[in-house]
Design a binder for this molecule. Structure first.
Ligand SMILES: Cc1cc2nc3c(=O)[nH]c(=O)nc-3n(C[C@H](O)[C@H](O)[C@H](O)COP(=O)(O)OP(=O)(O)OC[C@H]3O[C@@H](n4cnc5c(N)ncnc54)[C@H](O)[C@@H]3O)c2cc1C
Length: 568
């Protein structure tokens, strides 16, 4: 945390040097001492400090300066740092101006020049003022600040990205937080489209893309090498486990993740059934621990970086990333998981992120405080989300299309939902439409049996209606089942025959896809269990098959690139 600032301003270089030296000598251990030679320069520096999130404890300002008097400077400076103590350096002739300034700019003290010896004339006064300042000082947040509208989809996207990448941020609502308006104009971005993001180095980006934000924040998005023993695409539990086991067993391992490590599990507020955590753990915590563990063993993690194309040549697999670069390996694991299916009703596309969320959207928990919200879906993730959201919202209504939850949700969750006072269960109900001007205001609920539709006020709807696999980047390459999940091992064999185009001498390993050396693990796999523990187990197992594959003879060089999947 940066030390608070003592800021001295004088147009005479020798006086400025002397006051700065004296301040450093006595206060240097607890404060940074900064200086400027004119009022204009001082204001520019103060604005910059404010944008960087630093704090000024004291302004020590000469009254007689050519461009701007000390009092005029303090008047401006107090709009930037209202709590800084204000001290004027005066000559005898300026005493009247100083006395007037006590009312005008709430001057805390004026000092006559020269102030020697400082032990008697300067330090006691400033010690006293700074003690007073410290007593009321609350350290301010130094990380990323986001200014935007509470229910804007772009604001949600930026917050979600930062939260899932474990980057602390402070959210300032432009409609209700005066500091938001003030910072916006200080940043010279009063008219810039929202959200704007102010970074710790005081630079400002308006409506940033995730890639721009990642670059500004210095996230690792470019591979250090072109070749690896193992590339893992997708850093959910399956991919993270594979990275931990791969790297710990000596494989040069690259993990590629398009959003943030953790995958779906990273969005879960509390995973209660993962072995070894009797009171559960949050998905964010699981992801943080797994990332630290993978890095400790030497795995390289690229995030955010999206795999958009896959090709194979001479037994090597070539992955093209979103920025056009390529990485190559002999063994590849696809663990790109699934994400929630989109709601196909009027208004859903327009309001996505602006009150309509897919998944639990933990970042929105505070925004829904005391609001009425809806959860759509009857699976475990919907149940978990309802319990989590009920800690913040006034009421949570769970809409389930079926007549009962017994077949789709674990019994322990059903019991908890029934016990919670502010959770209401509506079975036989589905969303017919969502409405709202800038953000979600109403949800139309269809009673499946009678066909009647009822409009209910709602601030947020969280959707959990089944999962679609992330295989778009593999299009046409690997063999998939009818729902788009990746086939592997014995599931590839038809009537005892090896899969079409299979080029290896051996049978496919369990978890190996229709292309030798490409494996699949986790939710993306045909008939997988859709559990964190299973994904982790498959990720770990896949690494054993990777070793066996790397030991087996390479296929004859076909001489040309075998096209696996296309960029979109
Ligand atoms: C809200 C919620 C609560 C849950 N609670 C539990 C629970 O309590 N217990 C339990 O056992 N299970 C739970 N689950 C299920 C569990 O999270 C999943 O089974 C598990 O995360 C699957 O892991 P995975 O690694 O296969 O895939 P995912 O977790 O889906 O991860 C896939 C990753 O791949 C990335 N990706 C996708 N495409 C690309 C690409 N082209 N390039 C790069 N990266 C890509 C994605 O961004 C994602 O990070 C929950 C799921 C949700 C959503």
């Amino acid at each position: 945390m940066a030390k608070p600032v003592l800021f001295a301003v004088d147009d005479e270089p020798s006086v400025l040097a002397a006051v700065t030296r004296d301040l450093r000598r006595h206060f240097g251990a607890g404060y940074q001492v900064m200086r400027a030679g004119s009022g204009g320069e001082a204001l520019e520096n103060l604005r910059e400090l404010r944008l960087r999130g630093e704090v000024v404890a004291l302004l020590l300002v000469d009254q007689r300066m050519p461009e701007m008097t000390g009092v005029a400077l303090l008047r401006e400076a107090m709009t930037i740092f209202p709590t800084a103590k204000r001290v004027l350096l005066t000559a005898y002739a300026d005493t009247d101006a100083a006395i007037r300034a006590i009312n005008e700019v709430k001057l805390d003290h004026y000092l006559m020049k020269p102030w020697h010896p400082p032990e008697e004339m300067l330090y006691p006064v400033l010690d006293d003022l700074l003690d007073d300042w410290l007593a009321n000082y609350q350290p301010i947040f130094e990380g990323v600040r986001i200014i935007g509208h509470r229910w804007s989809a772009d604001g949600h996207r930026v917050r979600d990205f930062l939260a899932r990448n474990l980057i602390p941020y402070r959210w300032l609502d432009v409609e209700s937080d005066p500091e938001a308006t003030e910072l916006r104009s200080l940043a010279g971005a009063a008219e810039a489209p929202l959200p704007i993001v102010i970074l710790p180095d005081s630079s400002v980006i308006s409506r940033p893309t995730v890639a721009a934000l990642a670059e500004k924040l210095g996230l690792h998005t470019q591979a250090e090498s072109r070749n690896y023993d193992l590339i893992v695409v997708g850093a959910g539990p399956a991919g993270l486990a594979a990275a931990v086991y791969g790297a710990s067993e000596g494989l040069r391992t690259l993990l590629v993740e398009r959003e943030a490590p953790g995958g779906q599990a990273g969005t879960s507020s509390n995973i209660e059934n993962y072995l070894g955590f009797p009171i559960g753990l949050s998905g964010g915590d699981l992801a943080r621990r797994a990332v630290a563990q993978a890095r400790r063993f030497g795995a390289e993690i690229l995030a955010p970086a999206e795999a958009i194309k896959l090709e194979s040549q001479n037994g090597y697999h070539i992955v093209t990333l979103g920025d056009g670069s390529t990485v190559t390996s002999q063994a590849l694991l696809v663990s790109t998981g699934v994400s929630y299916r989109l709601l196909d009703v009027p208004g859903a596309e327009r309001l996505a992120g602006a009150g309509l969320f897919y998944g639990a959207a933990i970042t929105e928990a505070l925004a829904i405080k005391d609001e009425a919200v809806f959860v759509v879906g009857g699976g475990n993730s919907a149940g978990q989300a309802a319990l989590y959201l009920a800690r913040f919202a006034r009421s949570v209504t769970v809409l389930v299309r079926g007549r009962s939850l017994a077949d789709t949700m674990s019994q322990y969750l059903v019991e908890r939902l029934e016990e919670a006072e502010n959770i209401h269960l509506r079975t036989g109900a589905a969303v017919a439409a969502v409405d709202g001007e800038q953000s979600l205001e109403q949800v139309s609920v269809l009673d499946v049996a009678s066909g009647t539709v009822e409009g209910l006020p709602a601030r947020a709807v969280f959707v959990f209606i089944g999962a679609a696999p992330h295989t778009e980047w593999l299009a046409g390459g690997l063999q998939l089942d009818a729902q788009g999940f990746v086939l592997s091992g014995a599931d590839l064999q038809r009537e005892g025959k090896r899969p079409r185009g299979w080029s290896a001498e051996r049978e496919p390993f369990w978890l190996e896809t229709s292309v030798p050396g490409i494996f699949v693990a986790g939710d993306l796999r045909h008939r997988s269990t859709k559990r964190v523990a299973s994904a982790v187990g498959e990720g770990a197992m896949a690494v054993q098959f990777v070793h066996q594959h790397l030991r087996s003879p390479m296929p004859e060089a076909p001489g040309s690139i075998v096209h696996i999947g296309a960029d979109r």
